[in-house]
Ligand binder design. Sequence first.
Ligand SMILES: [Zn+2]
Length: 142
Amino acid sequence: MGTKTQIAALPGWYSLDGEPHLIGSRCIACRSYYFPKRTTACRNPACGSDTLEAVSLSRTGKLWSFTDACYQPPEPFLAPDPFVPFAIAAVELEHERMVVLGQVVSGVDVGQLRLGMTMELVVEPLFADEATESLVWKWRPV
Ligand SMILES: [Zn+2]
């Protein structure tokens, strides 16, 4: 036994159905992508549309930049307490060409990362209580 209900630590930011993916928005007029998802007007000053649709973002991308997080990060990055240093990746999404930050999966440190390598979106537990496990998206080298 011991199976816990898995929930999103940040509901609405990503889907846990099937293969996990981030949920962003796309302007129906100029096709600009946004993450986190926007519900108000498009930010493109040349556009002016106020109609954005929710879209599933690419699950893979190229590693654009990375660093070591040796301090407790600000929201929306949630970290276990006590804090354990981890790597942060900035990944340029394959289709959208938009850079999305995220933690790197447990067990992978900056010494194993190389710019341009392909990264894949996964979810890992961030914290848990007796009944539920809260998941957050992370990047994993493919
Ligand atoms: Zn637009």
